[in-house]
Structures are given as C-alpha cells and as structure tokens.
Ligand binder design. Structure first.
Ligand code: PLP
Length: 444
C-alpha cells in the first residue's frame, strides 16, 4: 500500500534524503534514477541550482501574502509567462496548489460561466471512462475510474461517460486509427444529444492519458473532431493537462500537437517541477469577461493560491526550460527512449504496446500479445515491477489492472527533461532486469 498515512510508511519505504539531477538518494546513500519524475512531476530533476536559488531569494524577500490583499511579482510574472505561451484564446490564469484544485476550479468556472450567461439549466459534465482527474470530491466525481468512485458515489455529483480514445484496445480490424478516433469522438456527439445539449456544461479529458492508461495519446484528428462537436453544441472543452502538460510531451501544452485549444485547461505537476506545490487553471477571455461583466467575481478561492514562493519556483522552472531549450531535449530524448524501449521490448511476450509522446512513454503489459488479455489482476504485476525496479535503483510508475479486469497493466516512464543518453540506457536496462525479476516472481 503506497498511499499510507505518513507515520505508518516508516520502515516500509526508503527515506528520501537528497536530490542530484535525475537521481534521488535515500538515507543509506542508495541512488534511484527518477525515470517517472515521481508521478510525472520532476521535469527538471532534483536540486536544480537556479530553482533552489529562486526559492531562497523569494523567501528572503517575502514568503507569503494573501491574494485577497495583494498580488505579487512572481505571480504576475508567472501568469504573463504562461499566457504568452498558451494556445488559442487562453488568456487568464488562476493559480492554485495542485492538479485536483486546478480541476475543481475548472468545473466550478464552467458552471458559473453558464449561470452568468443565463443558462443555469446546464449542469452535466461528460468525461471519459478510465479517466482520472484528481481525488477531491468534484474532480473524483468526473473521473471515469469506477473503482475509485464506488464508495464515495452517494456524495459525488453524477457524471456521464464516453469511451476513451484507445486504439490499441478498441480499434476494429476494418478501420484505420484515424477512422477509429473519429468514430469514438462521435460518441460524444451522441451522448450530448441524449442528455440535451442545453443541459451540458462541458467535456473533460486528458489530452494524453497518463496514470490510468499509460501515455495514451489521441489518434490523429480525434481531438479536432471533439473540438468541433463541443463548438457545434456550445459546450466547453476542458483539457486536463495536469500530467501531460508543461512540456512533458515535447510541446508546452500537449494539445498543441493536435492543433486544438481548449476553453479551459488545468496544469500542475511539471509547472513547478516538484520544487513547490502549484497548479493553475487557464481560461479564455470569453469566459473571464462573461463573469467579470456579470457578477464580477468567480466564486472560488484558496488560502495558498498565487503563493509567492510557489510562483517563484515555477517561474524559475519554466525559465530554465526556455533558456536551456529543454523542449527540444524532450523531443530528442523522447524519440531515443521510444526507440530503446522498442528495441528491448518490441518482441517481449508480455509487452503488448509501447507508446507515448516526448518523455511520456509507457509499456502496456499483457498476458498474451495476440489476445491482449491482461495478466490476472491479483498478480499485481505492475506493483511487482515497481518493487523490483526500486530494488535496482529505478523509479517507474505502475498503473492499471483495475479497470474492469479487461485492460492491461502499464508502466509509465516520465524522466526529467535533462535526461541524457546514458540515463536512457540505464532506464531501459534496469527496467528489463526488474521485469525479468517480476515475471519470475509471478511464475510467468
Ligand atoms: N489530473 C490528472 C490527469 C492527474 O494525473 C492528476 C494526478 O495524478 C490530477 C489531475 C490530480 O493532481 P493532484 O494529485 O496534484 O491533485
């Protein structure tokens, strides 16, 4: 059990003591290559001197000032930085402390936007099955991972679901990936019509699915079709780029590669690179203006939003990404990682799919490559791989196996953007060894 209360994790987990580039050292001096960036967080690796200095400088000047009384320099600069680089009409930033908070803000903003437009009957969100958007009640409610929702469902808002864009699993033999993607996108149109377009607030999706499916990118044309459908019915497109955003896939926003911009975007993880807890919601001028010219006030807020230290850290992270041209490294090393994974695991009997964008790559683990049947969930193969990888000094992010017993497990890789060729080799070599040990332990 990894999500433990903290006193009980003592003795069951190594104690992280120090960061060193792409490595974390524990209190015994053992080094772990952070091939997952934690949970796709540590985009600059650990202890980057420029970020550490920026945090120190900020705390020296001012650690905290409530946004009800003040704005602050770091908040303003970070907002400008993001807006200058955001796709489409995203023009306003609402800073929060993490991914779930960003999603909560997105959902509430969507609802309030339509109320202020005089359309209070809009109350439905549509999301995708097998999705994760956070663990707070609102974000959990729209998530399509039913096992996570189950025990809380009586206190969650109702959500509506359409299938994810999962070509490896669901594409028919008689269609191309593009045809499949368009067919699946059209299920959103059908769902909106069933609910009544005048009752729908928005469609929520991760641009590239992270934890619940493993670096699952949309097929060509899928997101464009989704955008068209949202526009046709006048509903909002809310993209969750908490995990896949902020450069992880090789462009700052993953949706840039699909030629699509949302009405609302949620970002977090790579925004602050783990140096401070921070997330943000971005929205279009149209949404912002509707509320400003209506009640004038988005009914939301958190004590730590726009926190100067968090903003200074995130600004430093984002500036380093620009100054060191790291998105280019994400693209180059991402291609290297994909090639190395394909060379090593392309014929592996238990690896059904290798996929991803940039430094966001995954292996889908199956019992049989032909049938794509998953390994029995009770085997917990992904957890075994994680454990053996940790023993070997490698962090990788395991997932899946819980969906409906029909989907495979996956291993997600999201190493820091500063990763070098030697690290790519170390990741693939150690992952191979960890998988051998895990399959042997499972008797496979
Ligand atoms: N959305 C996505 C796609 C995520 O992957 C996560 C976290 O893993 C969240 C939202 C929630 O973010 P947080 O854990 O920072 O609340």
């Amino acid at each position: 059990m990894s999500h433990v209360f903290h006193r009980s994790s003592k003795g069951t987990l190594p104690v992280a003591a120090k960061g060193d580039g792409v490595y974390i050292l524990d209190t015994n001096g053992k080094r772990y290559l952070d091939a997952s960036g934690g949970a796709a967080v540590s985009c600059l690796g650990h202890s980057h001197p420029k970020v550490v200095q920026a945090i120190k400088d900020q705390v020296d000047q001012l650690a905290y000032a409530h946004t009800g009384f003040f704005t602050n320099q770091a908040l303003e600069e970070l907002s400008d930085h993001l807006i200058a680089r955001a796709p489409g009409d995203l023009q306003y930033v609402y800073m929060v402390s993490g991914g779930s908070e960003a999603m909560e803000a997105a959902l509430k903003l969507g609802r309030q936007y339509f109320i202020e437009k005089g359309e209070p009957e809009r109350r439905h969100f549509i999301a995708r099955r097998q999705s994760y958007h956070g663990n707070t009640l609102g974000a959990l409610a729209i998530g399509g991972n039913m096992w996570r929702r189950e025990q809380f469902s009586p206190i969650l808002i109702d959500s509506n679901y359409v299938p994810p864009c999962y070509a490896y699993r669901d594409q028919r033999p008689d269609e191309t990936p593009e045809e499949y993607g368009l067919r699946i996108a059209d299920e959103l149109d059908e769902r909106i019509r069933q609910l009544g377009p005048e009752t729908v607030i928005g469609f929520v999706a991760e641009t590239v699915v992270g934890a619940t499916a493993g670096a699952l990118a949309p097929t060509e044309g899928y997101l464009k079709r989704i955008r068209e459908i949202c526009d046709r019915h006048g509903i909002l497109l809310i993209l969750d780029e908490v995990m896949c955003g902020m450069g992880r896939t090789g462009t700052l926003f993953a949706c840039e590669q699909d030629g699509v911009a949302p009405d609302i975007a949620a970002i977090a993880k790579g925004l602050g690179g783990g140096y401070q807890p921070i997330g943000a919601m971005l929205c279009t001028g149209e949404i912002y203006d509707t509320i400003r010219n209506g009640s004038g006030f988005f009914q939301h807020g958190h004590t730590y939003m726009g926190h100067p230290t968090a903003c200074a850290a995130a600004l430093a992270v984002q500036k380093v990404i620009d100054e060191e041209n790291l998105l280019e490294n994400v693209r180059q090393k991402g291609a290297k990682l994909f090639d190395a994974l394909t060379a090593r695991f392309g014929n592996h009997p238990f690896v059904g799919d290798i996929r991803g964008r940039g430094l966001f790559q995954a292996l889908e683990i199956v019992a049989d490559r032909g049938t794509k049947d998953p390994i029995e969930p009770a085997v917990q193969i992904h957890a075994k791989i994680k454990k053996h990888a940790m023993d070997l000094g490698l962090m990788c992010y395991p997932g899946g196996g819980t969906i409906d017993g029909k989907r495979g497990n996956h291993i997600l890789l999201a190493p820091p953007f500063i990763v070098e060729d030697s690290h790519v080799e170390e990741i693939v070599g150690k992952l191979d060894d960890a998988m051998k040990a895990a399959f042997a332990e499972a008797g496979l």
